[in-house]
Design a protein around this ligand. Structure first.
Ligand SMILES: C[S@@+](CC[C@H](N)C(=O)[O-])C[C@H]1O[C@@H](n2cnc3c(N)ncnc32)[C@H](O)[C@@H]1O
Length: 386
């Protein structure tokens, strides 16, 4: 254990009392550092975690020094909220992430061509993957990176900033292309280090294959009678574009290359839908599907919320739902997954399902119990049917 009082940071092991408050225990004579409920909640901290925190002296009537923010949890640095500051303009947002600026739309903008926001909440999936990249710049250095379904291009531009040699960013939406061009200019990126391409993932042909792919394909299961939004409409079962990407991976990736794909999955009693597709694809690579939360949400709840939002489409929604149940069974759920496709060359590549991996994505992103109604409403409100 090491302490560094000069810079007002300290490292120690957490102990959380029954009251919910906690302390960072340090073996010195200045006593433990108090941890507020909100820090414990925000970073999902538990007894036994090792943290490095910044601290302040006790105020009047306070007994202990208090933690101000957490810099590192069990060896992983959480993305800082100040690194995700957002400047709000009338028709766009500028996200400040460390020293990168990313231009995108307001989450609430209504329009089929809206560009997805990045999200200030550390528990949403895009910042979680960005957190992983920021903690592991060594995997990016000198690499040729691809961000298909780029939208505002958060992973591609972050990869460049963290030392990637080159990045291709692809999107079908001309508004996304415009935003990415502005982002590249705002950050003064050398124009030989990135290529922004307006094309469809189905027809795009790369000049050469990639070392790394980071993707967040449109993910919401959408009844065919609804237009939805380009950034979210994942087809009837939510997987249409993820399937296309997976089927092209052997062609897009170098043998030593890897892909990270964020995916909302309908789960059947025998697992997430894409497991079967991955088995059938015969990829010569190992695939890990990391199931984000232990608590999946009933798909029925999502269907009901869509009906409330689209009362005139009721019959079409019922028929889409009946069709899904006929194909995949009556007990459907939804959950987030990160699909990690590994390097080629394993003797018997297989698809395994794992649960949240704190050591890779950081404890601050560990799944938290959220009311299922709220989770589903977020999908319906923010992602489709605007
Ligand atoms: C879920 S958003 C992801 C945006 C960004 N990568 C992120 O994580 O914030 C999906 C993006 O895929 C794009 N898209 C939809 N269909 C596509 C297709 N057929 N080919 C390429 N991009 C597509 C949308 O325009 C949208 O920008």
């Amino acid at each position: 254990m090491n302490t560094d009082f000069a810079g007002k940071t300290a490292e120690g092991i957490i102990e959380i009392a029954d009251t919910g408050y906690g302390f960072v225990n340090l073996h010195d004579d200045r006593g433990p550092i108090y941890l507020s409920l909100s820090l414990i909640e925000w970073y999902s901290l538990n007894t036994g975690d090792t943290v490095r925190c910044t601290w302040r002296s006790p105020k009047e009537k306070e007994r202990y020094r208090a933690a101000v923010d957490i810099e590192n949890i069990n060896g992983v640095r959480p993305l800082k909220i100040h690194e995700m500051d957002v400047e709000i303009y009338e028709d766009y947002y500028l996200y400040h992430l460390g020293d990168i600026i990313i231009k995108t739309d307001d989450w609430k903008r209504k329009g089929v061509d809206s560009v997805l926001g990045i999200g200030g909440d550390r528990r949403t999936k895009a910042p979680m993957l960005m957190n992983y990249m920021m903690n592991h710049p060594e995997i990016l250095r000198g690499k040729h990176v691809f961000e298909p379904f780029a939208g505002a291009g958060p992973y591609g531009f972050l990869a460049l900033k963290l030392g990637a040699k080159h990045c291709d960013l692809l999107d079908v939406n001309p508004r996304a292309i415009q935003f990415m061009n502005h982002t590249a200019t705002l950050n003064d990126f050398d124009s030989t280090t990135y290529t922004i391409v307006q094309n469809d993932i189905e027809t795009f042909q790369p000049l050469s294959s990639y070392d790394l792919i980071f993707a967040n394909p449109p993910f919401v299961p959408t009844p065919p009678s609804l237009t939805g939004v380009l950034h979210s409409n994942g087809g009837g079962d939510g997987c249409r574009l993820t399937r296309i990407l997976l089927s092209r991976l052997d062609n897009l990736l170098q043998p030593e290359g890897m892909a990270f794909i964020i995916s909302l999955q309908i789960e059947t009693v025998s697992g997430p839908l894409l497991v079967h597709d991955i088995d059938n694809l015969g990829l010569s690579r190992p695939v890990e599907m990391m199931r984000y939360s232990d608590c999946s949400v009933d798909f029925q709840l999502f269907v009901e919320k869509i009906m409330v939002g689209q009362p005139t489409q009721r019959d079409a929604i019922v028929s889409w739902h009946d069709d899904l149940q006929e194909r995949y069974g009556a007990e459907l759920k939804i959950n987030w997954y990160i699909i990690h496709v590994g390097k080629k060359g394993f003797l018997r590549p297989e698809c395994i399902i794992t649960s949240f991996q704190e050591e890779r994505y950081g404890k601050a992103y560990a799944p938290k119990r959220v009311n299922p109604e709220k989770r589903v409403q977020t999908l319906v409100d923010l992602e489709i049917f605007r």
